[in-house]
Design a binder for this molecule. Structure first.
Ligand SMILES: NC(=O)c1ccc[n+]([C@@H]2O[C@H](COP(=O)([O-])OP(=O)(O)OC[C@H]3O[C@@H](n4cnc5c(N)ncnc54)[C@H](OP(=O)(O)O)[C@@H]3O)[C@@H](O)[C@H]2O)c1
Length: 344
């Protein structure tokens, strides 16, 4: 039986939590999936969220690798927003740790949607990583016409995970020709910043900001970062349930900024703290990357100095998105970190 609820997978996560908050404020019935419902860092902030009239929050345990738990979580739902994935770019075992959760996990989600027979709308969280090919030109503007088909396990396991999981969704949707097939949209955020709601949210994209907050590096790499606000990403997911093209692929990107300029904005707004803002020259940056455990020289050669842009106008047109300014996003990222002592 259809119970009219929206399932949000990965609801404890950074983007998932903001989607849950957005839906609850709109008075929706939300079923939030987490792997451990006893862990306060995963569920404490969800339980405190404001719920508008007619809304409700149910928290259920689900692991993407446990098919029974996935079937149970999706059973009876009308809407599914699938954000759960492992958001790391390097691992000693990239197949098992990065690719499998996305690909096997998404296959299990699709299988559960099929079994339920109640799901009418499905939004899948993809990424710019599913779009960006290994080779791109300085100044190039990428659109959703491009696919990261050449991502490899060795060079770009996260891109491979996001591209392959999206293909699982698209192949399923394409081959289904019955009239009752669920509506499907994929959302492709760039680097997501904005208020974290749990200390767990500092480990993914916000680790870039945490390097500034904790002054992990005395000098910064000359790196341009494409940025979008987590609250806008959440709104785009929720709108995509009912707006935009069926089968649509929407980039969510507000703009770009150099890492050192991000630090300058934070210094202006939070002058009582110390912020690194000296930028390394390109050649020094290459040397630093050669010795750094989290980046490689090949990554540095492609990403430092060269600038890549994204065309998010389809989301502005079809989903009627208006992006928060990057300044606002950056400034709003910091208070929860400082006020909760999450930087300690
Ligand atoms: N943050 C970004 O800049 C960014 C940009 C583009 C795309 N994305 C995509 O957006 C989505 C959410 O990212 P995020 O930044 O919010 O990351 P996140 O905070 O790490 O959230 C991901 C969630 O996935 C869940 N998860 C991981 N493995 C799972 C498994 N085996 N079974 C069930 N749940 C599992 C985790 O749940 P537990 O807490 O229960 O472990 C976690 O809460 C991902 O698909 C990511 O690829 C993120």
């Amino acid at each position: 039986m259809n119970d009219g609820c929206v399932v949000v997978t990965g609801a404890s996560g950074y983007i998932g939590s903001h989607i849950v908050a957005n839906l609850l404020l709109k008075g929706k019935k939300v079923r939030a999936t987490v792997r451990d419902s006893q862990d306060s860092e995963r569920v404490g902030h969800l339980k405190e969220m404001k719920i508008s009239e007619n809304g409700s929050l149910e928290i259920v345990e689900m692991d993407l690798f446990d098919r029974d738990s996935v079937d149970l979580a999706i059973s009876g739902a009308t809407d599914v927003i699938h954000t759960a994935a492992v958001v790391i770019v390097r691992s000693r075992n990239p197949q098992e740790k990065i690719v499998d959760p996305s690909v096997i996990g998404t296959r299990n989600i699709i299988s559960a949607i099929e079994k339920s027979g109640t799901v009418e709308r499905f939004v899948h969280t993809s990424s710019t990583a599913a779009i960006r090919p290994e080779e791109w030109k300085n100044g190039e503007v990428l659109t959703t016409e491009t696919f990261a088909k050449d991502a490899t396990l060795e060079q770009n396991p996260y891109g491979l995970a996001k591209y392959s999981a999206e293909m699982v969704v698209r192949d399923w949707h394409k081959q289904k020709n019955d009239l009752k097939k669920p509506r499907m949209v994929t959302i492709h955020p760039c680097m997501v910043f904005g208020p974290p709601l749990s200390p767990r949210h500092l480990r993914g994209s916000l680790s870039i900001i945490m390097m500034l907050v904790n002054r992990e590096l005395p000098v910064l790499l000359p790196m341009q970062i494409s940025i979008v606000d987590v609250r806008d990403v959440a709104e785009a997911h929720v709108r995509a349930l009912t707006m935009g093209e069926d089968g649509g692929r929407y980039l969510t990107v507000a703009g770009e900024m150099m890492w050192s300029d991000i630090s300058k904005i934070l210094k202006r707004e939070f002058p009582e703290r110390k912020w690194p803002f000296r930028q390394l020259s390109y050649y020094f940056a290459l040397i630093v990357c050669a010795f750094h455990p989290r980046v490689s020289v090949s990554w540095a050669k492609r990403h430092l100095k060269n600038k890549l842009y994204w065309d998010a106008t389809p989301a502005e047109k079809d989903l009627k998105m208006e992006w928060k300014s990057i300044d606002e996003t950056l400034v709003d990222t910091i208070p929860n970190i400082i006020n909760n002592n999450w930087d300690k």
